[in-house]
Design a protein around this ligand. Structure first.
Ligand code: SAM
Length: 270
């Protein structure tokens, strides 16, 4: 079994009882940063052997881990903080394990994106996790343009030294929107900054600590290119009956059905 084991994102009290038990019971723990994880393990009196599994060594180490899993041992993957496989190499190991027919099991717990979202006050019914935007300007711009029409709330991760520039790019592509910066979640200096993207840029002096950016989705109505008559006819072509097409046309152009009816009559008789 390969366990995907959550660890705290700042506050050690967020470690779950189950995570402690699983980390004690497995044969091996694969950790992104063994020094950091060792401190966590010491705190919880866990003495399971550790192996480093990060971006640089993942190709070679993954094979070693898979060998042990195939031999019937159990392994837990932990990331630096939060849920493994969210913006860390754990995701690759999960895919390899599944391909090798090995069972994977989540040990849920803290996660920065969802913790920020639930405190954002923005729409939580539909959201899109975008993680870290690409590093190169061209790729970042392409992604932001793609995301600019998304109606769901969007969640980004960003390093503090890039935060202001990233917010500026967001305003450029998304336009002015409400956003929330969730800083240092679960830590002593936890803070939520709320405002429009432009306001947030002005309020940020020298961003320090870890940030999640939650941005409201695109709620603007696309520009109306059709005349009411064109729109009404299109709806008829799409199979709507006259009554429904009239109602939708009235709604779309924010006028009464009588007005629409009169316009249609007039245009039809011209
Ligand atoms: N696996 C982690 C999770 O489940 O949230 C995310 C790891 S990702 C490499 C690190 C990024 O997550 C940081 O750059 C920051 O954007 C966000 N993050 C992690 N801990 C945070 C915290 N305590 N407060 C705010 N953001 C945090």
């Amino acid at each position: 079994m390969l366990y995907l084991c959550a660890t705290p994102i700042g506050n050690l009290e967020d470690m779950t009882f189950r995570a402690v038990r699983i980390l004690r019971e497995v044969d091996l723990i694969a950790a992104e940063d063994t020094r950091r994880t060792r401190k966590l393990l010491t705190h919880f009196d866990i003495h399971t052997p550790l192996i480093r599994f990060d971006e640089n060594c993942k190709a070679t180490v993954a094979e070693k881990i898979l060998q042990r899993l195939r031999a019937g041992e159990s392994v837990a993957v932990v990331s630096d903080a939060g849920l493994p496989a969210i913006c860390d190499p754990g995701a690759d190991l999960v895919r390899l394990a599944i391909d090798a027919g090995i069972d994977v099991c989540p040990i849920p717990g803290a996660n920065a994106a969802l913790s920020a979202l639930i405190c954002s006050g923005l729409d939580t019914t539909k959201f899109l996790f975008a993680g870290f935007a690409p590093k190169t300007k061209k790729n970042r711009r392409e992604l932001l343009e793609e995301l600019s029409t998304v109606k769901a709330t969007i969640i980004f991760y960003e390093a503090p030294h890039r935060l202001k520039d990233f917010l500026a790019e967001l305003v450029e592509v998304f336009g002015e929107r409400v956003a929330v910066l969730a800083r240092e979640l679960t830590k002593v200096h936890e803070e939520f900054l709320r405002g429009t993207l432009g306001e947030l840029i002005e309020r940020l002096d020298e961003p320090r600590g870890e940030f999640v950016i939650v941005v409201e989705g695109n709620h603007t109505t696309p520009p109306i290119e059709d005349t009411p008559l064109d729109f009404y006819r299109k709806l008829l072509e799409q199979g709507l009956d006259k009554k429904l097409a009239m109602r939708e046309t009235a709604k779309r152009f924010n006028v009464s059905r009588r007005d629409i009816y009169n316009t249609l009559l007039k245009e039809d008789t011209q």
